[in-house]
Design a protein around this ligand. Structure first.
Ligand code: ADP
Length: 151
């Protein structure tokens, strides 16, 4: 018997959970696609956040549901507005890495009041998007921990 309390054991298990254990596939769009096409992509790919990349496939921005709703409220033709005009852009993007603790990614979601983080890796001149962490991934980890079924 280790003498550890239940909550100490739970904390220990929680601190073993990594971003790479729970991340999802990222849905990525190019910065010159139209707001209209981004809306279609968000709907068809069934995600709440799209990651935007430049022509070198490097992370350039983020598009949330409300970013696209806001852009749709005006009178512009959505097929002629490129998403780079309305996205939240680098360097103001909150990111995480696959080796990060899931709890630290969850803390970033709370601190920044956002729904998703891109999982990135460093490349020569920026970040390559390799995954996605959302509140859903955090919820799945919580349920797995509660059922003692996690990795
Ligand atoms: P919604 O706007 O649909 O409620 P979010 O709360 O995720 O969704 O987004 C709020 C704002 O924060 C949006 O303008 C969005 O572009 C931005 N945002 C979302 N994710 C990130 C992120 N990882 N880093 C920086 N900004 C983000």
């Amino acid at each position: 018997y280790t003498g550890k309390t239940g909550s100490e054991l739970l904390t220990e298990k929680l601190k073993k959970l990594k971003v790479s254990d729970y991340n999802s596939i990222p849905i990525v769009v190019e910065e010159n696609i139209s707001v209209y096409d981004a809306i279609c992509s968000m709907f068809l790919d069934d995600v709440g956040t799209l990651f935007v990349v430049n022509k070198h496939a490097m992370l350039a921005g983020v598009l949330s549901r409300k970013d696209l709703l806001r852009a749709s409220m005006g009178k512009q033709d959505l097929t002629s507005v490129p998403v780079h005009i309305i996205m939240t852009r680098m360097p103001n993007i909150t990111i995480c890495k696959k080796g990060d603790l899931l709890i630290d990614a969850a803390q970033k979601l709370i601190d920044k009041q956002i729904d998703a983080l891109p999982v990135v890796q460093d490349v020569n001149d920026g970040y390559e998007v390799i995954g996605r962490i959302t509140k859903t991934n955090i919820t799945k980890a919580l349920v797995a921990l509660g059922r003692d079924e996690h990795l």
